[in-house]
Design a protein around this ligand. Structure first.
Ligand code: 23J
Ligand code: MN
Length: 260
């Protein structure tokens, strides 16, 4: 049965009736990095430097050295990233069970709302409305907030930093509580630089997508793109972070399998 299923999947991939959609932003030195208030330590940007390029440093090979913070570009948030998830032995990038890196996705389209409100807050009633149209969010699914934010690319409008902090959309604490307690999701993903709303430092609790998701051993995905290529339900996400010993997260390639 299972073998047949995988054979069918392989055939569907080969004849393009299942498509692979890349939900990853290109990682480059201009990739925006989250800006914290000056009293906190900053995350380094992405840097890349050539080791050799078919030249005297290495005549037959091209390769680079890389440097970056773990939470740079399209990236995975592990439970231990937040103080609320710190005691999970299986909450590091190298200890999370690999089974949790393959899971279905529910996509909530907030594009219209965000087009007129950069500080749009996704609330429980929005999830209720989505479920009336598309069915109940199944346990173990990713919930992805589609906003169109990724079209801002690497421009300053992506971080959208203002005098009172970033103006960017995200979930309310109640919405995250609902997804954790009532739906037992795998995690929460967004197009913005971080999984929380730009003003979430002032939410109760602060940074609920981090505080509550990671406190419940659930994951985050940030800086996703191409969510407009996903159906509301039915996509299968492949999201393995780098296997960094004691890592709190990592840049990753996020792939979605979508039936044509
Ligand atoms: C560190 C502190 C606050 C936040 C973040 C990181 C992130 O958004 C992240 O990338 O996990 S809000
Ligand atoms: Mn992060």
């Amino acid at each position: 049965m299972s073998a047949t299923l995988l054979t069918q999947l392989a055939a569907a991939l080969a004849n393009n009736t299942v498509r692979v959609v890349d939900l990853t932003q290109t990682l480059r030195p201009s990739t925006p990095v989250i800006q914290l208030p000056p009293e906190f330590a900053p995350s380094n940007p992405f840097t890349i430097s050539e080791i050799s390029h078919y030249d005297s440093r290495g005549p037959g090979w091209y390769w680079n050295n890389l440097s970056m913070g773990e939470h740079t570009g399209t990236h995975f948030d592990a439970p231990v990233h937040w103080v609320t998830g710190q005691h999970y032995a299986d909450g590091f990038t190298d200890t999370i069970p690999a089974q949790r890196f393959v899971a279905p996705a529910c996509v909530i389209d907030c594009t219209k709302e965000v087009a007129t409100d950069e500080k749009f807050v996704l609330e429980v009633p929005h999830i209720d409305t989505w479920e009336k149209q598309h069915g109940k969010i199944p346990a173990g699914a990713w919930v992805l907030m589609r906003t169109g934010w990724s079209t801002r690319g690497d421009s300053p409008a992506f971080l959208n930093m203002k005098a009172d902090g970033p103006h960017s959309p995200g979930p309310s604490a109640a919405a995250i509580t609902f997804l954790v307690k009532e739906r037992d999701v795998n995690g929460w993903g967004v197009e913005a630089v971080g999984t929380d709303h730009g003003q979430a430092f002032a939410f109760e609790p602060a940074f609920p997508a981090h505080n509550l998701m990671h406190g419940a051993k659930k994951f985050g995905l940030a800086s996703l793109c191409n969510l407009d290529q996903l159906p509301p339900t039915g996509a299968l996400l492949i999201t393995p972070p780098l296997k960094i010993a004691k890592g709190s997260g990592s840049p990753l390639r996020v792939l979605a399998l979508v039936a044509a």
